[in-house]
Design a protein around this ligand. Structure first.
Ligand SMILES: [Zn+2]
Length: 151
């Protein structure tokens, strides 16, 4: 999207990922198809790109998409939140409030982009919300005496 960013390799032509929204497991027999290239596989990732569009790809193709560098920390947190949410659902366990809030923030952001369009302000507000929940999580962890997880 950004005209100022130099295109240095073929993969740089793909839009940068700003957040992983979902990971779908189609089972060990690989019954899913990659939305990007059509190959058979097991895990399909749904992710939000910097142009505000939601795309899908298998793990292998996911690596072809560049990552939004300025959003690295928040994007990884959102990815972790979706992973935790899936694990909680599969194991019938409750999900911590901050992970729940990050998932909800990503879904709200995605819905807002779909209905009202993408904007940097909207994206930044989403990240600020995610980082705010991360601060709450870290505060809780240090209060409980857990080691900080580095991102
Ligand atoms: Zn693919």
């Amino acid at each position: 999207m950004s005209a100022s960013r130099p295109e240095i390799k073929a993969s740089a032509k793909l839009p940068a990922i700003v957040a992983i929204l979902r990971r779908r497991d189609s089972g060990e027999f690989g019954n899913a198809n990659c939305p990007h290239c059509g190959a058979d596989g097991r895990y399909v990732y749904t992710f939000l790109c910097e142009d505000g569009l939601v795309r899908g790809a298998m793990q292998g193709c996911l690596k072809l998409f560049p990552r939004a560098k300025n959003a690295h920390h928040a994007a990884r947190l959102v990815a972790e939140a979706f992973k935790r949410e899936q694990e909680a659902r599969e194991n019938n366990r409750p999900l911590a409030a901050w992970w729940k809030a990050m998932v909800a923030a990503a879904q709200a952001f995605q819905a807002a982009v779909e209905t009202e369009g993408f904007s940097r302000d909207r994206l930044n507000a989403f990240y600020i919300e995610v980082l705010d929940w991360e601060r709450k999580r870290q505060a809780w962890l240090s209060k409980k005496g857990y080691t900080r997880k580095r991102w």
